[in-house]
Design a protein around this ligand. Sequence first.
Ligand SMILES: [Zn+2]
Length: 316
Amino acid sequence: MKNKRIKSYRRAMQLYQSSFGFREPYQLLADADFVQSCVTQKMDVMARLHDVLQGAVKPMITQCCIQALYDAGEEAKDAVEAAKGFERRKCNHFKARKQDECMLAMAGEQNKNRYVFATQSLPLRESLRAVPGSPIVYIARSVMLLEAPSNQTLAKKRRMEESKLHVSAEELAQITGKPVPTPTPKTDEAAFADNAGPAGTSEPPQKKKKQRGPSGPNPLSAKKKSKPKSGDDNAGRRPSKRELEGQQSGEAEAREERAAKRKRDEEVKVVSLAVRNGVDTNGDRKKRKRRRKGGAGATEGADGAEAGAGDAGGDE
Ligand SMILES: [Zn+2]
């Protein structure tokens, strides 16, 4: 039974560590009643806390909570002594508030300071369950216990895990080379897109573009492969008319494709030149200088090519 409990505590603390950044020594924020219970039951507080949290603990108490112990007077004398060994935590409550109120204020909405809350107040425990990543320690029948992670804690852990999975969508895009339609940092949006949302409809045209790319070089590569194959497999056999026709038509297709590609490239060049010119008129001086240099180099290259052609002609 006890081993089972230790296992579950270890699992719980691992969750708080991995998902909520808890680190030893754990900052344990105790309220007055918790300290009082420890004292009246003559508990070895530090040893029990170490057992329950499976690690080193730094006990703390807020100004409001130690004030409550002082206010209890003689009855809480030993508890005050015990609490004096705790680190005093500033809650900045100018006027001492009720313990539950002060502790909840320390937790805030996210328990940013990663406190472990030690309290005997049931309403406070209930309220703290709504704050994800808030471990709760309490004493029941002279046994110190750690509450199981609350539903809110588990839900947030799940959300964070899911968001981690979806962040990899961008990485996936990098790996596959597919452009991401819209960067979706929010998990909900990403999930929505996965379920064939509007982003899904925008993908097919992109896919078509992709298909057009490889379809160009494919016939060429297929033709290259077919030559040695036909030589190996049909060493003693003449290619049939059909095959020849097929090859010729294939070559014709390839030629057409190449011509089309050249045309496309030329168009792209023209467009880029037009764009350059457009930018030149608007662009800053630095850019213009660079481009002039580039232009000069290009003309020089052209001159050189012409000269080379002239030489070749002379040889003939
Ligand atoms: Zn306070």
